[in-house]
Design a protein around this ligand. Structure first.
Ligand SMILES: *Cc1c(COP(=O)(O)O)cnc(C)c1O
Length: 378
């Protein structure tokens, strides 16, 4: 059997093991230690230097912390992009709060600013001003940040940026994750860089970051005995994971280059196939890290669809995956309010994520392209 071509496998740079060895030698095998401080500094510097960063156990934990430090409580409403991974919205439900889903717009595939404002106005008219907005940058593509930030300011509703897929993407001259009141990142095994499992919370406001660190470390008061005035969480990143992260930060720019190269090669080589289109950067303001290259298929006939292509590639040991199913269609979320326009459903029905790892070789990418061409019989 041919070697499997994965969607987005981990890709070590080489120095991760040195950080981990140093951590083990110094006995920093704990959720505290120099790699955590170093990794937070690395991230802060990469993001532009003026933000605080708290390294946490997962991106999901970071979203949960973001909601808590912004004061989201049981019964509150939180607006969330519908076209995303369930982890964007699950923490809203952990808080006993109510997710209100907002659909996407065609160009970026991310939250429609128009529909966002409509949703906010409608919730306010119903006496329920949303407590926060969770916007997502799908597959690394920046959302319409100028409009989204303006709406968040206009209605004074804090913005949480789920940049789990978008480390290294920029909008204008600013890195994604730094536009919201709080940004979050993920370093899960499939993301552009990984710590095996991990995440981070980002904020300009250092008090929010300090609060998140405190709550994520069991909320122990600064007293000689164990005093707890708040419910705490065990959400800190391990120093060993942070060591992997420090090594990964050394090659992050190269990883962005490699992922973007995948996109350009797919686009160039698949352009002759009618009916295939890509998630495009709308203007020079938009710079995607191209975490995953995703295509939309306009079927020439009903058999030439995304699911059949996925199965066809699987037979050649190539892993492609469907695009996130919109959350407003999920059994766990369908009872919640949703403001929809059909766009996320269309993207779900037509979309497919192609193998996009930074370690993907030219040979492998060409093999994927050839199989796709065979499927479409061109
Ligand atoms: C991966 C991901 C998360 C969750 O991050 P974890 O580190 O796996 O908990 C959240 N939102 C989006 C959009 C993601 O892709």
């Amino acid at each position: 059997m041919n070697k499997k071509i994965w969607l987005s496998p981990p890709h070590m740079g080489g120095s991760e093991i040195l950080y981990v060895k140093n951590a083990c030698d110094a006995n920093w095998v704990a959720p505290i230690g120099p790699c955590i401080d170093g990794f937070e500094d690395d991230l802060s510097r990469f993001l532009g230097g003026s933000v605080g960063v708290a390294a946490l156990s997962a991106g999901t934990a970071a979203i949960h912390m973001a909601l808590i430090v912004l004061g989201v409580k049981a019964g509150d409403e939180v607006i969330c992009q519908s076209l995303t991974f369930a982890a964007s919205a699950n923490p809203i439900v952990y808080q006993g709060a109510i997710p209100v889903f907002v659909d996407s717009e065609e160009q970026t595939w991310n939250m429609s600013p128009h529909l966002l404002e409509e949703a906010i106005k409608d919730r306010i008219a119903k006496g329920k001003t949303p407590k926060a907005i969770v916007i997502v940058h799908l597959f690394g593509m920046p959302g319409r940040m100028a409009e989204i930030v303006e709406i968040s300011k206009k209605y004074e509703i804090p913005l949480i940026e789920d940049a789990a897929e978008a480390l290294g993407s920029t909008y204008g001259s600013k890195k994604l994750g730094t536009f919201g009141d709080i940004g979050i990142l993920s370093f899960n095994g499939n993301k552009i860089i990984t710590t095996s499992a991990g995440g981070a919370l980002i904020a300009e406001n250092s008090e929010l970051v300090a609060r998140a660190r405190f709550l994520a470390t069991q909320a122990k008061e600064n007293l000689p005995y164990y005093q707890h005035n708040n419910i705490g969480y065990n959400y800190r990143m391990s120093n060993i994971c942070a060591g992997i992260g420090r090594g990964q930060m050394e090659i992050l720019s190269l990883r962005i280059f490699q992922r973007r190269r995948n996109f350009y090669n797919y686009k160039r080589l698949l352009s002759s196939i009618p009916g295939i289109s890509f998630q495009e950067e709308m203007s020079t303001d938009y710079f995607s890290n191209r975490w995953l290259t995703t295509i939309l298929i306009e079927p020439g006939n009903e058999n030439l669809n995304n699911e059949n292509l996925r199965l066809f590639l699987e037979k050649s040991n190539i892993e492609a995956r469907r695009i996130w199913k919109p959350l407003h269609l999920q059994p766990i979320f369908e009872q919640y309010p949703a403001y929809v326009n059909g766009i996320s459903e269309k993207i779900f029905d037509k979309g497919l994520c192609l193998p996009s790892g930074s370690s993907l070789t030219d040979y492998e990418l060409n093999k994927v392209v050839k199989r796709i061409a065979t499927f479409f019989d061109v």
